[in-house]
Design a protein around this ligand. Sequence first.
Ligand SMILES: [Zn+2]
Length: 273
Amino acid sequence: MNIKNNYIIYTLLIFTVLFSFSCSNNTDEEENNNETAKNHQKDTTHSTEQKDHWSYAGDTGPEYWSEIIHGSQCGGKAQSPIDFSGDMLDKDYVALNLDYKLDSILDITNNGHTVQVNIPWGKFNYNGKEYNLVQFHFHSHSEHSLNGEYFPLEAHLVHVTADNEIAVIGIWYKEGAENPILAKIYDKVPEKAGETIHSVITIDLNNMLPVDHSYYHYVGSLTTPPCTEGVEWFVMKNPREASKEQIEKIKNAMPPNNYRPVQPKNDRVIEDY
Ligand SMILES: [Zn+2]
């Protein structure tokens, strides 16, 4: 196995861990979580495995993440998502140089927090750094808002550099015409937590983004525990359309309201490209 393969497997592992702190009853997932819990609790004597479980409601919901997830940055000052409103810094457009290809082998997984599509290949370049696409997943309603208004669905395309720096491209969906990408995965969305569908379908990821690639950029965090900061966010200003049925299908496969509330911007600058 070459270094590149090792790297891909390593990054997939990281993101499996990041997105699979699950409270579901799936045995394999519980085993992974136990391993993760052990790693995260090396330096504590009193936290329990239960404390690494999080959700979108009740006493393991977003307002408690900073307390219940040991070592997380969920209580930090540069968190995501945010509301795009008020003063933004007007910038000359800088292209993201997307290099997404047609891909045909996908794993679509329901990890109990989201529906996630693991992608074998794709990248973009920004500020001299190369970000490799690992997966995309969904939140409903949207996590980022625009002047206080939410969209029914938001996709996050998660990328990492070789040095594990993270960049996420966010895409809002509004209700409208059938979406060609969502049509491809419509029948493959796993409806139960812990289920993965390995699929050979051809997806042109370039169609994931709106035609106009104008975006808001800011530095924030992962929106799920451990809420790691230093994430470069690129949220597309123009929403894509998806049919009511497509939005409902994805929404119904995920836990209700799997969005983190918007976080304080504090002194962060939002750039408008
Ligand atoms: Zn997300």
